[in-house]
Design a protein around this ligand. Structure first.
Ligand code: FMN
Length: 191
């Protein structure tokens, strides 16, 4: 018997992303976002939702661009920090030692030290309530060679990202490789 928990955001787990933006002076900023996901394949798009109070919110509205940087477990402390400290009060690049690299394609910085980054141009803005959802078309994905597999595509275990559990306010590592998707289910067609 299930117990009702009320209306809440318990879609577990969420990603842990670091959103890169520029302010009006061209100063880079980064903030952590968990309210996000892939939302279209063609064109490739991501959705990420920010509260209006975030410094990054104004940056996306004004520059119409952002990057999604995927942190690894090794970068968890810094990724958590940029989700606590606001650019309104802290120089997050000075503290973390991360390097902001200007994207050639959109007016947003990506983080050099992160192995996988997505450069996004803002295509839709949806005011949902406390959060505003920004839909970004991915104009390029960039990855370090070291995290690519033989087919030239990113390998999750090499990137070693981590996830977030909102009700527990905890980070979790990602477990073992379970096998091929779009494959296991095929055996049930013969049932
Ligand atoms: C794990 C985690 C997930 C977060 N997810 C979001 C999110 O999806 N949207 C949001 O607006 N803030 C989110 N935050 C809070 C912002 O990252 C935080 O308020 C940050 O300091 C904003 O920085 P800024 O004001 O420099 O933009 C999250 C924080 C953490 C630690």
């Amino acid at each position: 018997m299930k117990k009702s928990l009320g209306a809440d955001t318990f879609a577990l787990p969420t990603p842990v992303w670091v959103v890169g933006t520029y302010d009006d002076q061209g100063k880079p900023n980064i903030m952590t976002a968990a309210w996000g996901g892939i939302c279209c394949s063609v064109p490739p798009c991501v959705a990420v939702s920010l509260q209006k109070i975030r410094a990054s919110y104004n940056n996306i509205i004004n520059q119409k661009a952002f990057t999604i940087n995927i942190p690894s477990v090794d970068q968890m402390t810094a990724a958590d920090y940029v989700g606590i400290a606001s650019a309104k009060n802290f120089d997050k690049f000075a503290t973390t030692g991360f390097t902001a690299v200007k994207s050639d394609l959109v007016n947003a910085p990506y983080i050099k030290e992160f192995s996988l980054v997505l450069e996004c141009k803002l295509v839709h803005t949806i005011d949902l309530g406390l959060h505003t959802q920004f839909i970004g078309e991915i104009v390029d994905a960039k990855a370090e060679e070291a995290v690519l597999g033989d087919n030239g595509l990113p390998v999750l275990s090499k990137i070693n990202p981590f996830t977030f559990s909102p009700p527990e306010r905890k980070y979790y590592a990602i477990g073992q490789d379970l096998g091929q998707a779009f494959s296991f289910g095929k055996k049930l067609f013969d049932k």
